[in-house]
Design a protein. Structure first.
Lengths: 194, 131
């Protein structure tokens, strides 16, 4: 079964451990990871994508995908919430003014109506509370118990959404590609993320 | 459910490595050169050739996915060769295109790997016993 997953952790370090464990399962052939990234919601409510530590400054204004994916995982209410979330999303390298530039790109690219964004605003970040981090990924898994067993000792809470035509219809199948790495990486944390 | 490397696993790893190299080139920003681009472009062409062989052995749905990824790799290669626009902007655009192609290749191959693993898992799945 192909799933989008978000595994929520209490800290960035735990999320890093979760990312490592996820790719270890792939190495062992227990599941297959198509792409994954570590994200964090800071104390100001912004969501940051942790880049690879060698990719400083590589990314700009790629806010469209992560908010949408988080919303999608959260369910029908979260789909709208995710879009609203993109408005305050910051990429790892872009803090402050750059963060808002990313948000503007996200909103215009999603082309949602003002009404929908306002309705969703109260329920933004359904899956990720202030100060929490998460591993977001697209995976294929034959037994969900494998991932459950790996994440439980790390304290991770798993959210799943099936990756099918219906769930992808709202955003297109490749909206998340820009920020997910197709291999394990050492997440780089920036000032303001921790 | 096996650690044995198949031709799919190897190609997937190649695509992942290519993505890392292109990311590193992009991270060089203004210091990136056409020589850097050419080096990864050659690897992209080699990966596309490897994937063509793999696609032939896959089921139709997977074949379509892999062939689409090959087409993107080929197109990214041509962008380097055409380089109608000179300067750093052209390098940035070409690197971005190569990165998207490498990501696409890695993901289409990982889906093919997942398909293979699912088949292996089903083969060892305990059969239901009827009463």
């Amino acid at each position: 079964m192909k799933n989008y997953i978000a595994v929520v952790f209490s800290s960035g370090d735990k999320a890093h451990e979760g990312l490592r464990a996820l790719w270890h399962l792939d190495d062992e052939g227990e599941l297959t990871v198509h792409g994954a990234a570590v994200i964090r919601r800071d104390d100001m409510g912004h969501i940051h994508v942790a880049d690879r530590n060698t990719d400083l400054g590589m990314r700009t204004a790629i806010g469209v995908g992560v908010g949408a994916l988080l919303g999608l995982i959260a369910g029908p209410v979260g789909v709208a919430a995710g879009i609203a979330g993109a408005a305050t999303l910051a990429t790892g390298a872009a803090v402050g003014a750059g963060a808002m530039a990313g948000g503007i790109v996200g909103v215009t690219a999603d082309a949602v109506t003002e009404d929908r964004r306002e309705n969703a605003a109260g329920e933004s970040f359904f899956t990720l509370k202030y100060g929490q981090s998460a591993v977001v990924a697209e995976v294929s898994e034959d037994w969900m118990s494998v991932l459950d067993a790996a994440m439980k000792p790390l304290g991770g809470t798993i959210y799943r959404r099936e990756n099918n035509a219906r769930t992808n219809a709202a955003f297109g199948p490749h909206y998340y590609n820009e920020y997910m790495y197709p291999y394990y990486y050492e997440p780089m944390y920036y000032p303001g993320m921790m | 459910m096996t650690k044995e490397m198949t031709h799919l696993d190897v190609a997937r790893r190649d695509a992942q490595e290519l993505h890392k190299k292109i990311s590193a080139n992009i991270a060089k920003a203004e210091a990136a050169t056409w020589a850097d681009v050419k080096a990864v472009q050659d690897e992209a062409v080699a990966l596309a050739a490897k994937m063509k062989n793999i696609a032939d052995g896959e089921a139709d749905a997977m074949k379509t996915d892999i062939k689409a990824a090959i087409a993107k790799l080929d197109a990214a290669g041509k962008l380097v060769q055409d380089k109608a626009i000179e300067g750093k902007d052209a390098i940035k655009r070409t690197n971005a295109s190569l990165l998207a192609s490498a990501r696409n290749a890695a993901q289409s191959l990982s889906h093919a790997v997942a398909d293979m693993r699912t088949k292996a898992a089903k083969a060892i799945e305990p059969k239901k016993v009827s009463a």
